[in-house]
Design a protein around this ligand. Structure first.
Ligand SMILES: Nc1ncnc2c1ncn2[C@@H]1O[C@H](COP(=O)(O)OP(=O)(O)OP(=O)(O)O)[C@@H](O)[C@H]1O
Ligand SMILES: [Mg+2]
Length: 299
């Protein structure tokens, strides 16, 4: 195994980075197999100080494992089910850039297929340009040889240009841009290309110059079906960025995908109509990564 590392990123907030990453990861784990029948192993990393992905995973984990039945719920609210495991551990020591952080200090096993490096809500927001810190996640992944232990490493990024963007991009092979049909989201896409160029300049003469992440594609989310303005916008994006850059499946607005109604991943529910759209997104995602797969639709 050599994991493909993909950042879900857009400088625009609320476009569905976290939702798509969360749903796609669980869908791939449950509905897709390698050609030899084995399951995909996926590591999720929450670099966003808002920690929405971590919250989603926690809600799902508590629900799926029926933790409320056995343990006082407030205990979990206070300490979190992830205990001290968090991306924050990478920053703990002043010597963090030279010392090795062990994987058990940081990675939480969600289930057979999915592991998580949780984010931490209380994290003090770290600005960019803290020398040496941008490589901490990359060092952690390489020191622990994590790429050989997973098929996919998916990173949920915050909607800002910060140290966390640098952390994510320095280890990513690809970046995936979820966007929504509005004018500002185009600015988000352009900004992101500048960010990659900017990081290449900062890290010139390092390995990053050759290994900087490639655009995997743009996923258009929250599409209003039958809305002319929305369709015109999608057409503009296709023409501006190239038809091949945009995922052919678009994700419509669906209340089932909205956080307000969701307490487990869609794949754990019976939301078949939305799942079938997301399955197409996952297929295209794996194909763009040149990962061969079989589907286990009936499982
Ligand atoms: N296709 C969809 N249909 C309906 N609601 C959606 C859809 N996709 C996402 N949402 C909802 O939109 C909101 C924003 O989504 P999400 O948190 O995934 O965006 P984000 O890009 O990760 O935001 P941030 O930049 O703040 O991290 C959430 O409440 C989510 O449930
Ligand atoms: Mg998010």
């Amino acid at each position: 195994m050599t994991a493909k590392v993909v950042s879900f990123i857009n400088m625009k907030g609320g476009v569905g980075k976290t939702t798509l990453l969360f749903e796609m990861a669980h869908l791939i784990a449950k509905k897709f197999r390698h050609k030899d029948g084995s399951k995909f192993k996926i590591l999720l990393i929450d670099t966003d100080p808002q920690a929405n992905l971590t919250q989603n995973e926690q809600d799902r984990y508590i629900k799926i494992n029926k933790i409320e039945d056995n343990v006082n719920e407030t205990d979990h609210k206070e300490t979190g089910i992830f205990g001290t495991k968090s991306i924050q551990r990478l920053f703990d020591s002043d010597m963090a850039s030279v010392e090795q952080t062990e994987k058990d200090e940081v990675i939480f096993k969600i289930d057979e297929c999915i592991d998580l490096i949780p984010g931490e809500l209380e994290t003090i927001f770290l600005e960019r340009s803290q020398s040496g810190k941008g490589a901490l996640l990359r060092n952690f992944i390489l020191d622990n040889d994590l790429k050989s232990q997973y098929d996919l490493i998916l990173i949920d990024c915050p909607p800002t240009y910060s140290l966390y963007t640098e952390l994510s991009m320095l280890i990513s092979d690809y970046y995936l841009i979820p966007t929504i049909p509005d004018a500002y989201s185009i600015l988000g896409i352009d900004l992101l290309n500048e960010v990659v160029e900017d990081l290449k300049r900062v890290h010139r003469h390092s390995i990053f110059e050759e290994t900087s992440p490639q655009l995997l594609g743009i996923i258009i989310n929250k599409v209003k079906e039958g809305d002319k303005k929305s369709s015109a916008w999608v057409e503009t994006v296709r023409q501006s960025y190239g038809v091949g850059e945009v995922f052919s499946t678009q994700v419509p607005i669906r209340s089932k995908l909205s956080k307000a109604t969701l307490d487990v991943a869609l794949v754990d529910t019976h939301a078949q109509a939305v799942i079938s759209i997301l399955l197409c997104v996952c297929q295209e995602f794996l194909e763009r990564l040149s990962i061969f797969y079989e589907e286990k639709i009936n499982e």
